[in-house]
Design a protein around this ligand. Structure first.
Ligand SMILES: Nc1ncnc2c1ncn2[C@@H]1O[C@H](COP(=O)(O)OP(=O)(O)OP(=O)(O)O)[C@@H](O)[C@H]1O
Length: 334
């Protein structure tokens, strides 16, 4: 588990002091993925550099499994830094070394003996699905394959936290998918805590358990992915699963946004409103996606034939949260 406590970072320049991180608090449990999203200039890269201990925070603490890493330096810092594996947008592999040699680099630096290194590299290559590319050079691989080599190298020293800083930016959809599938398996199989810094909402929706929205150096919103998407007042939620809905058609009384709260939602809930309750429903827009934690969905519907409270109650009993968006007349015909 990683705990970031009241983290501050400022830079002093000729123009004065720039406060970039203004008290970040964030915990990521082992076996879970937290995405950090936010607009340009929010402080994502600075946070990433502080977490990977490339930069020293101005104040605050970073603890991994209870151990404070921010007050260490020299040899102790280098030793404890092994708990953090980092992957960047550019996998930063050495071009003149083979895939296997690149992955072995952190082990070599640590003085691991040859046989142990060879078997560990083979194990890592297998984990990232590149056993057959051990002797290739980075230039002979696709962007997605290079990124997977970068992940294998980040895993070499058995970290407990994996920090991914825009690691899928610039990859084609198929390579992105491969990297995300790999990250999911590392969360589940190795129980890693994973922090995913990204501006790609599709990526967040696909793999994140929790989402932190960074804005102006502070965490403006934080929550479970499902909860943010279901919360009609969440700015992060509406960016995560944008809802483009048609206008309410004639003959319908009001429109509602309906969010999926859990994985027990009957996929046929719209037709059940008609069949079981005699309620007419018009589908106005929405997205419904499978997620490892259950279905993620936000749908806009037009309704006629029941009061909003009644529909809200029925939907709540099916694991759906409804919010009335638009009324077209005072009297709702029942
Ligand atoms: N070394 C530095 N000295 C002064 N200001 C800095 C320094 N590094 C970053 N900043 C400032 O901190 C703010 C946050 O920068 P940062 O790169 O962390 O944002 P970001 O969210 O990663 O943005 P982007 O998505 O565009 O990469 C910016 O206003 C930037 O100008």
């Amino acid at each position: 588990m990683i705990e970031i406590e009241n983290l501050h970072k400022h830079y002093d320049s000729a123009q004065g002091r720039v406060e970039v991180l203004k008290g970040i608090n964030l915990s990521v449990e082992s076996g879970s993925i937290t995405a950090v999203v936010g607009p340009s200039g929010a402080g994502k890269s600075t946070l990433s550099h502080c977490i990977s201990l490339l930069e020293k925070p101005s104040s605050g603490q970073i603890l991994i499994d209870g151990k404070n890493l921010t007050n260490l330096s020299g040899k102790k810092l280098r030793a404890e830094r092994r708990a953090i594996g980092t992957i960047f947008q550019n996998s930063a592999l050495l071009r003149r070394m083979t895939v296997a040699e690149n992955i072995a680099l952190p082990l070599r630096n640590l003085g691991v003996v040859h046989e142990e290194m060879t078997s560990r590299v083979a194990e890592l290559l297998e984990r990232v699905g590149l056993l057959d590319r051990a002797n290739s050079y980075p230039g002979q691989l696709s962007g997605g394959q290079r990124q997977r080599v970068g992940i294998a190298r980040a895993l070499a020293l058995r970290p407990r936290l994996l920090l991914s800083d825009e690691s899928t930016s610039g990859l084609d959809p198929e390579s992105t998918q491969q990297v995300l599938t790999l990250l999911e398996s590392l969360r589940t199989d190795l129980g890693l805590a994973i922090i995913l810094i990204t501006h790609e909402m599709d990526v967040v929706r696909h793999v994140a358990d929790n989402v932190a929205q960074l804005d102006g150096g502070r965490i403006a919103e934080y929550g479970k992915l499902h909860e943010l998407v279901a919360n009609p007042n969440s700015e992060a939620g509406s960016k995560l699963l944008p809802l483009r809905a048609e206008a309410l058609p004639a003959g319908f009384s009001y429109s509602m946004t309906v969010a999926y709260l859990n994985d027990r939602v009957d996929p046929a809930w719209i037709s059940r409103l008609g069949i079981e309750h005699g309620i007419r429903v018009a589908l106005l827009g929405g997205s419904v996606e499978a997620h490892h934690d259950g279905t993620l969905g936000r749908v806009s519907i037009g309704v006629d034939g029941a009061l909003p409270e009644q529909v809200t109650q029925i939907l709540a009993s099916w694991g759906l949260q409804a919010t009335v968006e638009e009324h077209v007349r005072e009297e709702v015909g029942v």
